[in-house]
Design a protein around this ligand. Structure first.
Ligand code: IPE
Ligand code: IPE
Ligand code: MG
Length: 251
């Protein structure tokens, strides 16, 4: 396995878990079997991320646009989500992991919200990794909800236009309590963001792999993290400024 530098891991790892349906269809199986196998990959990645000492792991589990899928698939995904939360909460307690959810929870069925609330409450005092599930989540929808709340606060006189900075705006987002992701992995070969964390990914390093989510392994996770460690993040500065190399002629 690729050796990793424990001091250069992403603080926040985000994942677009894609390719469950194709994984199943390639095997002449129903798409939901792919989602069930995908849930096993989730368990592996959660365990590995927590073992490696990653502080924040955010998983795109269901998008605002995924509501447009066939009703049978949507129902099966909601049932799988409830089963996962019920089965895994004890393990989260043992691993000191805290659950968090982003997205428009008012669109989720009541029974799903009840299961989520129980898991969130039970793990609320855990001080290890924060596992955020993006559910009924869309970046544009999140930005609109934030803008609406911010506008309401302005109308009510709680803030003035001059107060609106990137920090203030960020505090109206679902991710208020999370740092921006350092690294994003998307599986299944699609090279797009699909309305995930549009604001928060501004300076995130992106990684795409052809592997479908159910086939994503520990080795692949380590390979992706090793790739992250080889990158130079510049945040708009020059490479020399980042490395501290002096080039007086370029000053
Ligand atoms: C990702 O796998 C899981 C969800 C979006 C819920 P897909 O279901 O999108 O799998 P493909 O892209 O159809 O293969
Ligand atoms: C993104 O995958 C959403 C999740 C992984 C939950 P999709 O499969 O929905 O994305 P598109 O439709 O291919 O862009
Ligand atoms: Mg997909």
């Amino acid at each position: 396995m690729t050796p990793l530098d424990p001091h250069k891991l992403p603080v926040h790892l985000a994942v677009i878990m894609d390719g469950n349906g194709r994984w199943a269809q390639q095997r002449m199986l129903k798409r939901i079997i792919g989602h069930q196998r995908g849930a096993e990959t989730v368990k592996m990645v959660v365990e590995q991320a927590s073992l490696l000492g990653i502080k924040y792991l955010t998983l795109f589990a269901f998008s605002s646009e995924n509501w447009s899928r066939p009703a049978l698939e949507v129902r099966a995904l909601m049932t799988l989500l409830k089963k996962y939360m019920r089965q895994e909460t004890e393990r989260m307690m043992r691993k000191n992991i805290r659950y968090n959810v982003i997205g428009n929870r008012s669109e989720l069925p009541d029974d799903v919200n009840e299961t989520l609330d129980k898991a969130i409450q039970k793990t609320a005092a855990n001080s290890g990794m924060v596992l955020t599930l993006a559910l009924s989540y869309g970046g544009r929808q999140e930005l609109c909800r934030a803008a609406a709340r911010l506008a309401q606060d302005a109308v009510d006189g709680r803030l003035s236009i001059a107060d609106v900075t990137t920090e203030l705006f960020g505090s109206y987002l679902d991710t208020d309590n999370l740092p921006d992701p350092d690294f994003l992995i998307r599986t299944s070969g699609e090279m797009r963001i699909s309305n995930f964390l549009l604001w928060q990914l501004a300076y995130t390093e992106l990684y795409f792999t052809e592997t479908n989510w159910p086939d994503f392994t520990i080795n692949e996770l380590h390979k992706a993290l090793a790739d992250f460690q080889s990158r130079e993040r510049r945040f708009g500065m020059t490479g020399d400024q980042i490395t501290g190399r002096g080039h007086p002629s370029n000053a």
